[in-house]
Design a protein around this ligand. Structure first.
Ligand SMILES: [Zn+2]
Length: 744
């Protein structure tokens, strides 16, 4: 990362001299290959020849419009003060965004919701044995970065931790994954009555607390190990982009993998007294019950060296300069937390760029931050605003998208996706009637590595835009750099990611898990969704150091990657909004389902499913093959339809049927044990919280060897695939030219 900035000026100058891959030059904001690709109408799936050439003209105007200097000014404004959700400062950010969207020519409004948020009160952490020492020390200010001495920053805490006062011996639990707790048991260490010390990483923090509770811990300390995002990775801020020794990762420990959003949402209809009683016991809610505090590694370094008991397993050793032990004790700590749950008003900003129809293409990111939030979420907010400004300018120049584009700035995402979840639940019918896709951009820019996760039907759209966009530093395509990187890692296969097979295969992309605002759209409402970012070395996540200076020094000093992301996001939105039929690729979806079923079969075998009485996946397999056949039929018919003379009404009906295939993949009753999550294809894992689990209902039942549930969930999956195939066949029938009647 740092080396790049040494090379940067030289590379840019060389590019200018060579006259080829100009970076900011006005000549070729499209990648070179793009010009050839786009001389062929087949380059833009979903477009008829008639709409293809006008799309090209508008796209080539658009890519010149996002501006690095304007993006920089926007980020500076967004990060000018800490703006935690539910505070006046957060409201000021919402007002600023409202004004900016209006100034860009969009119709914008604030949409308030009342939700239960969590704020810290007293924070006392002390080591009481073998000697006493006060901990929970605040983050250190950095000379030359004035934001870091702002007294308004909220201290490190875990949102939704209960108040509490606990004392006990400490046990180190590594990342707090299920296998880590099992390992403790094997080592003969009992967590009951102990305080768990768990490092961040590998899974969502709420998962760690959920498991610590289940294993009998009375409290949890979460810390950032220097091996994961501190000096073992590289120089800490301000010498480098990694976490300094006093840096604290704040964060919500709401159990969002059960359901996200307002924690009291399931209590609708109860009286205020009943609600407050339930909030006290936390029974049946997505809230943790043991006090939890987030600390810096310099505090952990005052506890861990005093742990004895067995030496920690080799892979539990982190980056601090002593041998890690698991405990328990003899070191003891005292943790006293006062925390308040408060009902506050949050403000989503919804801006509308009207199209010819009321079909919606939705873009979104949150605007609330733990502190200054330069990368998280400011970079995404900045990119989204640049896109809105550019598309607003196109509109003034005469462009009207076929579909309406919504730009949403969500509030209180950090607490548990509150603003987006409330809005999605509030607009379920509109979404099902109108929405054809959702594009999320959260921590949009921390470096140069473009990547994304998406529902399989939209992966090719993301790739196609990456092929048409130059990487700012090299001038090659974003796609080429992305491919190179993936190929380096292709020997490591991750769940939900198919391995690239040969040079001709498209880049694999991940399924959607959770951790950002697409969850409501995708997993609850069944809207085809994408999540994209350009990432780099980023160790200041959720700390006071994620500020404007960090971005300027390490994230994106020229704001070139903000501009790149604005081009990518803008082209994705334009293609979805302008196409005759949005460019869904259901053949890829069906092929992905087919290939991932192999993993499901393997999981069933290794869990010991021997007979069809335990689990019979043949029904699912047949439905998947039928989904595949229907996807090919629909793809062929739509291509034929687009080659024939246009019929606007029919195009729109076909578009709606295709958009609805994703909704067909929802199980209306939801997944076993967590009905809010309804998507049968992917969900955040109950033991990962962020990463996607594919076919979650069946897979997690298999892992629990709960064969009754596994059979029910596989029935639900089979039915979902059948519904999806049905919709595709309806679309194919309607699109087939022979079916065309005199509708005009
Ligand atoms: Zn974020």
């Amino acid at each position: 990362m740092r080396r790049m900035f040494g090379d940067w000026k030289f590379i840019r100058a060389a590019a200018v001299m060579l006259g080829g891959a100009l970076v900011f030059g006005a000549h070729s904001p499209f990648a070179g290959a793009h010009r050839e690709r786009l001389s062929d109408p087949r380059a833009l799936p979903g477009f008829s020849a008639a709409r293809f050439s006008s799309e090209l003209q508008w796209e080539s105007k658009f890519v010149h419009l996002p501006s690095p200097s304007r993006a920089e000014a926007t980020l500076r404004r967004l990060t000018s003060e800490p703006h935690l959700a539910g505070t006046e400062a957060s409201r000021r950010v919402a007002d600023y965004l409202l004004d900016e969207y209006r100034a860009a020519g969009l119709d914008a409004e604030l949409v308030p919701y009342s939700v239960v948020l969590s704020y810290p009160g007293e924070i006392l952490l002390e080591r009481t044995a073998p000697s006493s020492m006060r901990l929970a020390r605040p983050e250190e200010p950095i000379a030359g970065d004035p934001s870091t001495s702002d007294p308004r920053s909220i201290p490190g805490y875990g949102a939704y931790s209960p108040s509490g006062d606990v004392r006990g011996q400490v046990v180190y639990v590594n990342y707090g994954l299920p296998e880590d707790f099992q390992r403790l048991t094997q080592l003969g260490i009992d967590l009951h009555g102990k305080i768990a010390l768990i490092r961040y990483g590998q899974c969502f923090r709420g998962v760690k607390i959920h498991l610590a509770e289940a294993n009998g811990a009375i409290g949890v300390l979460l810390y950032s190990d220097p091996a994961d995002d501190g000096f073992r990775q590289g120089d800490p801020y301000p010498q480098g982009p990694w976490r300094p020794e006093s840096g604290i990762e704040r964060g919500s420990i709401q159990f969002t993998f059960l359901y996200p959003g307002n924690p009291i949402a399931p209590l609708r209809g109860l009286s205020p007294a009943e609600i407050s009683a339930r909030l006290d016991t936390r029974e049946g809610l997505n809230l943790p019950r043991i006090p939890t505090l987030a600390i810096a590694w310099r505090d952990a370094a005052e506890i861990m060296p005093y742990l004895r008991g067995p030496r920690a397993p080799r892979d539990w050793q982190g980056g601090m300069p002593f041998t890690y032990h698991a405990g328990p004790g003899p070191v003891e700590i005292h943790l006293r937390l006062g925390a308040s749950l408060e009902t506050r008003t949050i403000y989503d900003v919804i801006a509308r760029l009207p199209g010819e129809t009321n079909d919606w293409v939705v873009a979104g990111n949150h605007h609330d931050a733990w502190v200054f939030g330069a990368a998280d979420p400011g970079s995404g907010t900045t990119v989204q605003l640049e896109v809105a400004r550019a598309l607003g300018a196109l509109k003034q120049a005469g462009w009207t998208p076929r579909r309406t584009i919504l730009f949403c700035a969500w509030d209180a995402e950090e607490f548990g996706l509150e603003g987006s979840t409330a809005w999605v639940e509030d607009h379920m019918n509109d979404l099902h009637r109108n929405a054809i896709a959702y594009l999320n951009m959260d921590i949009a820019v921390t470096g140069e590595r473009f990547g994304g996760a998406a529902t399989p039907s939209l992966r090719e759209l993301v790739r196609s835009v990456a092929r048409d966009t130059p990487d700012p530093r090299t001038g090659r395509t974003v796609y080429d750099r992305w491919r190179e990187r993936i190929e380096q890692y292709s020997s490591v296969q991750r769940p939900g990611v198919a391995r690239p097979q040969g040079a001709g295969r498209p880049l694999p992309m991940s399924a959607l898990g959770s951790g950002s605002d697409y969850s409501g759209f995708y997993q609850h409402a069944g809207i085809p969704s994408m999540d994209i970012s350009s990432s780099g070395d980023y160790g200041v996540y959720h700390s006071i150091y994620d500020d404007f200076d960090w971005m300027k020094r390490y994230g994106d000093s020229e704001f070139a990657y903000h501009v790149m992301m604005a081009r990518i996001a803008g082209l994705i939105l334009m293609r979805l909004a302008d196409a005759d039929v949005p460019p869904y690729d259901y053949v890829e979806y069906a092929d992905e389902v087919e290939s991932l079923l192999e993993g499901l079969r393997a999981a069933a075998r290794s869990a010991g499913a021997r007979s069809p009485r335990q689990l019979d996946l043949r029904g699912v397999e047949a439905a998947a093959r039928d989904f595949q056949a229907a996807a090919r039929e629909a793809g062929d018919s739509v291509r034929e339809m687009l080659a024939a003379p246009p019929d606007r009404r029919r195009d729109e009906s076909v578009a709606h049927l295709l958009a609805g295939v994703e909704e067909a993949m929802l199980e209306p009753g939801g997944l076993a044990g967590r009905p809010w999550y309804r998507h049968t294809f992917s969900a955040p894992g109950i033991n990962t919280g962020y990463a996607a689990v594919v076919f979650p209902g069946v897979r997690e039942a298999i892992e629990r060897r709960d064969w009754v549930t596994a059979r029910l969930e596989s029935e639900a999956l089979r039915e979902a695939l059948e519904r999806a195939a049905d919709r595709l066949r309806q679309a194919a029938r309607l699109a087939r030219p022979s079916a065309r009647g005199p509708t005009q």
